[in-house]
Design a protein around this ligand. Structure first.
Ligand code: NAG
Ligand code: NAG
Ligand code: NAG
Length: 385
């Protein structure tokens, strides 16, 4: 009886459309085609990094294809930084935006990890938070499990789904707050050393009018149809319940809160989550003499401290259920980089060419405050550590 009930509940939250076609693959020597490198300091989460442009990232060997044919995106672990400098890392955003009716699959062999390190693989629409954000992989410092989340404007909530609909722990329920509505992964080895020692793993995200569903498998558990050579079609019906199930409902209709999404990889250091004093100290306070994220980790030599701070990605694949096809990123105008007060650790004038020199802007300030307030909250994290 219980089984039937569960099956019936699942039927209501797992979409009926199971057939997907490959529309884009990032893999091998061409992995970096179709991504835009950020090319600026982190004016989004106030982290102590400079996200290099493509040319600098390539010449500094912080973004490259390794001998295994995998994409490496890493933190600079060779420079010695002095007070005021930011450490160079990578943030890339897909040129394609994917509409409802998509599945994105990422296969990683290694993820960035360690004190101060804040990696993420996530998606967002062109306007934040109005167009929604999906955090597929995101955690900080010495956390041992991944935290998934949605971020939206006010009005979208995520009460605990019916038993059996999602395999992981429901966290904060209000997607409109700073931390978003979170789900804590309960499968083993979803983050950090555990993930890396297990040989990595795979996340798949279904972005559908019926909801947003995120699956995670550590390497030994990756389903058959995601192993081996690329297939032009994908059937997700055998995957079972996802780690996180954000089914569209009266609490939150995905079609109302999410526009087409672009995919993003980034690595931040310290900043509005990993670097918040109380959070950082509880996990990494004894990692250096001062207990301060920036002083103890980012400054001085990168060698040793950031040797594990890299993504090694074997592929990103995007599938759609037929229509519509992905669209190109809308052109945005670069307004200013004048707020940058520090220099990148690899000093090349990569960021001045397009600077228009806007000194201050109320809108910019508002955005910063909203973002800072958003990421700084992180009360949920406190309960984790
Ligand atoms: C979500 O909104 C769309 C368009 O307004 C509607 O067709 C759909 O039935 C709604 N879904 C739910 C679960 O309320
Ligand atoms: C940087 O890290 C890599 C591994 O990610 C390691 O092979 C290399 O030796 C490190 N470089 C320095 C200068 O420590
Ligand atoms: C961050 O800087 C980029 C240019 O590098 C700019 O386009 C963007 O609007 C800025 N964002 C915020 C929130 O300040």
């Amino acid at each position: 009886m219980y089984r039937y009930l569960t099956a019936a509940l699942l039927a209501t939250v797992i979409p009926s459309s199971f057939g997907y076609n490959l529309v884009r693959e990032h893999a091998g020597q061409n992995f970096f085609d179709g991504w835009n490198f950020y090319g600026g300091w982190d004016n989004l989460t106030n982290s102590q990094v400079w996200w290099l442009n493509e040319e600098t990232a390539t010449s500094a060997k912080l973004a490259y294809i390794n001998d295994a044919g995998h994409a490496i995106m890493k933190v600079d672990n060779t420079s010695v930084l002095t007070q005021g400098q930011k450490r160079s890392t990578i943030r890339i955003e897909s040129e394609n935006l994917y509409d409802l009716g998509s599945v994105w699959v990422v296969d990683m062999v290694h993820m960035p990890f360690g004190c101060s390190v804040w990696p993420a693989f996530w998606t967002k629409g062109p306007v934040w938070p109005n167009n929604g954000e999906i955090d597929i992989l995101e955690a900080i410092n010495l956390m041992t499990s991944n935290q998934m989340a949605l971020h939206t404007t006010q009005g979208c909530t995520h009460p605990a789904p019916p038993t059996g609909a999602q395999t992981s722990h429901n966290g904060g329920q209000d997607c409109g707050t700073g931390d978003g509505c979170t789900v804590q992964e309960t499968a083993d080895n979803s983050y950090g050393t555990g993930f890396n020692n297990a040989g990595g793993g795979v996340w798949a995200t279904q972005f559908d009018a019926s909801g947003i569903f995120i699956w995670f498998w550590s390497r030994p558990n990756v389903p058959q149809n995601l192993q081996g050579a690329t297939s032009s079609t994908l059937d997700i019906s055998s995957w079972g319940p996802p780690s996180a199930s954000y089914a569209s409902s009266a609490n939150c209709n995905v079609t109302e809160y999410f526009s087409p999404q672009q995919l993003i990889f980034d690595i931040a250091l310290c900043g509005d989550w990993a670097g918040v004093d109380s959070i950082y100290r509880s996990q990494c306070g004894s990692a250096g003499p001062t207990g301060d994220c920036y002083q103890d980790m980012v400054l001085g030599p990168g060698s040793g401290k950031y040797d594990e701070a890299y993504f090694e990605v074997s592929y990103v694949r995007a599938y759609t259920d037929g229509t519509p096809t992905p669209t190109a990123t809308p052109q945005t105008t670069v307004t200013s980089t004048a707020l940058a007060t520090t220099t990148p650790s690899i000093a090349v004038n990569q960021n001045t060419a397009s600077s228009a020199g806007v000194e201050s802007s109320p809108l910019l300030f508002t955005n910063m405050v909203v973002l800072a307030a958003g990421f700084a909250a992180a009360f949920y994290t406190l309960t984790l550590v």
